[in-house]
Design a protein around this ligand. Structure first.
Ligand code: ADP
Length: 798
């Protein structure tokens, strides 16, 4: 660029201040003149050469600006047209000619007049101009491509690069700029600086346009998506029609009929119909369809009104119970009484039956018989290990894969609203952070509440008041107390070997033969073999394992027959080994010797009556007591009492008073996997302890049970029948029992009773006299004879 001497062209021109308008050369702009001074300036120009100087005022609010309120740089403009309005306002159109700067304000009254100096552009070479203008034209082109609207007729002029100044001014004219920004452009001293400012404005414009485009794209995408969905849905409808889905939709009609015919209460029906309506309106392939369908299926499948024709005929019930079960005299009696009461009162109100007893004692099968006797359906739901309230009461439908709880599931299986409903193993109900299942269970069982049992999934109440609930438990200790309070307990104490023999011959064996498709004369089982199975292959209160062993025999024989190895078989005590392997249990007594520190207790555990060893040992220490063998709290306290008793009697046993000072005592009850609790091992533990310190062995043939007090009194205990039966099973023939339990012998079958010798005791002295090989009270011992060797000595029976 050559810096040439600028030729000054000064002119004196009428000046009109304008608000919010920057007039660029080449632009044609309409202006409305309202101010008197402005009109006067116009008149002046009109009489001369129609040339005006237009300049923007700095603040548009000022009505009567002074020269200080005006910018210096403005535009020399030519008046193109004039239109006078009746109210004195004059509209004119001006055409910008040249930029100019005020050098002097010549007058301010009656109109502004100023001496102005034209701003000449520096002269640039054609290349320089090109280099400056081209990028801007490109930017502007980009604006247009991004959607900037420009009057069509202006486009040729903008892109006509032969007149770069015009191009530039046109671009400026078509940009959305603030007036102050336009003024800055106007004031820019030369092309270069103007190009720089403009380039920034253009960049900003592009970015604004881009953002607008993005927003617009998104919006149109949304609109497009909706249109697409509507289109697809229409297509789907056509496809559905083609595939005959319409027929499926007609099923809704069937569903509606089912709802109306299901006999559900009015409110429930209204709810079901509402949900059905929702289902109808859903597009067929919506995932919710299947959830809603499942829900409605549940509703219609439940027995809202279907009932078994049930009559209580006590005589008939007695017949059926006897038909199905051997023995269980007391159980049957209690059940018949219960039924008789219900017959009189009409409704299934009152306490709920709880069958308590070890596994395999016939609880389930008695339940089934009751159902048969009453002509009702039977359902059984196991509660073992259930920790979550939702398992009983169901999950809310908002859960994926939600289902009703077990009670409602059971009712669906029952198909009638008055089944015999067995809740198995309520003693195994858990409680944790997910709510207390027992409280949900209470609601189901409580006759005051169960006419409207609420299940989370169903959301509508269900009437359980016609259901006959029976619960079962192995032991009652762990049944939640509020539940236990509402139940009438019927004990299933377990069977004697003789009873098992009868159950096997009369029920289990025929049943197994039938299950395995074997005729009575094809497979024979000798009585002797059966007795061996009972005593040598099983040791249980119930008959579950016995049934299993019998099934094993049938299975093996059935296989041999199908493989044509044999035509028939006879199982006797000799061939038993072939089918069942070696005997699993020897009589308890045979495994034992008379030992020091080991006594035999009779206990009542989850699996029924049990014979348990109590072992006591001693080691150097500080007089502490260590207890092991999965013992409950009551049993631990009972061990403490036994030890205290023993310590208080040391003198009587001829042992020094401070004998225990430097010794620790350990009591262990083997069979560690079975939880044991209760006070009834008190005398057994005391016996082991006395034997330990006196070194007098305990007689192996004696089994004992009884609670001990600190002073050595022996108190009454429970479960005598179970314990005595267990002792008998184990081959024990002498049993020591508390005197107060004498009455319980009545329950024991005469045959068993005859084979046992009972000793009833009042205090510990009697226990020791009976259980120890020699009388400990007579012996006078000294520290020397006692010794403190850590291990318990084993003395074989003399
Ligand atoms: P539980 O429910 O107490 O665990 P089950 O009712 O399942 O026991 O009984 C196990 C099996 O023993 C069943 O086949 C049942 O019929 C049979 N059973 C139990 N007690 C008797 C009995 N007194 N008379 C006939 N069969 C019995």
């Amino acid at each position: 660029m050559e810096d040439k001497e600028k030729k000054k062209v000064l002119q004196t021109l009428p000046l009109i201040p304008v608000k919010d308008i920057v007039i660029f050369p080449h632009a044609e702009v309409p202006i409305s003149l309202k101010r008197e001074k402005s009109v006067k300036a116009l008149e002046e120009a009109l009489v001369k050469d129609k040339i005006l100087f237009l300049v923007m005022q700095k603040n548009r609010e000022i009505e009567e600006p002074t020269t200080d309120d005006l910018f210096d740089v403005g535009t020399i403009s030519k008046i193109a047209s004039v239109q006078r309005l009746p109210d004195g306002v004059v509209n004119i159109t001006v055409e910008g000619l040249k930029k100019a700067k005020v050098t002097e304000h010549v007058r301010v009254d009656p109109y502004f007049e100023a001496e102005v100096d034209e701003i000449d552009e520096l002269e640039y070479s054609a290349e320089e101009i090109d280099a400056l203008i081209r990028p801007m034209v490109e930017q502007f082109r980009r604006c247009i491509s991004l959607g900037k609207s420009v009057p069509l007729d202006l486009i040729p002029a903008i892109f006509d690069l032969s007149n770069p100044y015009q191009t530039l001014d046109m671009i400026i004219l078509n940009l959305e700029l603030k007036q102050i920004e336009k003024q800055a452009l106007l004031e820019a001293p030369d092309l270069k600086s103007r190009a720089k400012i403009l380039s920034e404005y253009l960049a900003r414009e592009i970015s604004i346009l881009q953002t607008a485009r993005k927003i617009q794209d998104k919006t149109s995408e949304e609109i497009g998506k909706n249109a697409k969905e509507a289109f697809l849905r229409e297509q789907l409808r056509t496809i559905e029609k083609e595939l005959g889905v319409k027929e499926e939709r007609e099923e809704f009609g069937e569903l509606e009929t089912k709802i109306r015919e299901s006999g559900m209460p009015k409110e429930t029906e209204a709810k079901a119909l509402k949900e059905l309506d929702r289902l109808r309106k859903m597009p067929q392939f919506s995932p919710e369809v299947s959830y809603l369908r499942t829900y409605l299926d549940w509703l219609v499948d439940l027995p809202w009104s279907a009932k078994s024709e049930s009559k209580i005929d006590v005589k008939e019930a007695e017949k059926i119970l006897n038909e199905d079960h051997y023995g269980l005299k007391k159980v049957k009696e209690r059940i018949l009484e219960y039924l008789a009461v219900h017959k009189l009162t009409g409704k299934m109100k009152g306490p709920i039956l709880c069958f308590a007893g070890p596994p395999g004692t016939g609880k389930t099968s008695v339940g089934k018989s009751i159902a048969r006797a009453l002509g009702r359906k039977f359902v059984k739901v196991s509660l073992g290990g259930m920790r979550d309230e939702a398992e009983i009461r169901g999950h809310r439908r908002t859960y994926v894969g939600a289902l009703p709880g077990r009670i409602i599931q059971g009712m669906k299986d029952a198909e009638t609203k008055n089944p015999v409903f067995m809740l198995d193993e309520i003693d195994k109900l858990g409680i944790d952070f997910r709510g207390d299942p027992s409280s949900a269970l209470l609601e189901a069982l409580d006759p005051e509440q169960n006419h409207s049992f609420s299940d989370h999934y169903l959301e509508v109440p269900f009437d359980l008041s016609d259901v006959m609930f029976i619960t079962t438990a192995n032991i009652l200790d762990t049944v939640p107390p509020p539940l236990r309070d509402r139940m009438e307990v019927i004990e299933f104490p377990g069977y004697t070997e003789d009873e098992k023999f009868h159950i096997a011959t009369g029920y289990l064996w025929p049943k197994q033969l039938e299950t395995h498709g074997l005729e009575k004369n094809i497979l024979k089982l000798s009585n002797e073999a059966l007795r061996t199975i009972i005593s040598g292959y099983t040791r249980e209160a119930g008959v579950r394992n016995l049934e299993r062993e019998l099934a094993t025999i049938c299975r093996k024989v059935a296989r041999e027959i199908t493989e044509s190895k044999i035509k028939s078989a006879e199982v006797n005590s000799k061939s038993l080994h072939k089918y069942l392997g070696p005997e699993k249990f020897e009589p308890w007594i045979a495994e034992k010797q008379d030992e020091v520190g080991v006594s035999t207790g009779l206990a009542w555990t989850e699996v029924g009556g049990q014979v348990l060893n109590v072992e006591a040992t001693m080691m150097p220490g500080k007089g502490q007591l260590l207890l092991t063998g999965y013992l409950g709290d009551v049993m631990k306290e009972s061990a403490q009492a036994a030890l205290s008793y023993t310590r208080s009697k040391t003198a009587d046993f001829g042992i020094k008073e401070n004998f225990f000072k430097d010794k620790d005592i350990h009591i262990h009850v083997p069979a560690g996997a079975i939880p044991k609790d209760g006070p009834s091992a008190g005398i057994t533990m005391a016996t082991a302890l006395v034997s330990l310190i006196t070194k007098i062995p305990v007689k192996k043939e004696i089994g004992m049970t009884g609670e001990i007090t600190l002073r050595g009194r022996v108190l009454e205990i429970g479960g005598v029948k179970e314990k005595v039966l267990a002792a008998h099973r184990a081959g024990i023939r002498k049993v020591v029992l508390p005197k107060k339990n004498k009455k319980d012998l009545e329950e024991i079958p005469a045959k068993t009773k005859k084979e046992l010798k009972f000793t009833f005791v009042d205090n510990m002295d009697e226990v020791l006299k009976n259980a120890l090989k020699t009388n400990p009270f007579r012996a006078i011992r000294t520290e020397k004879t006692i010794g403190i060797e850590p291990q318990r000595a084993t003395i074989s029976a003399a």
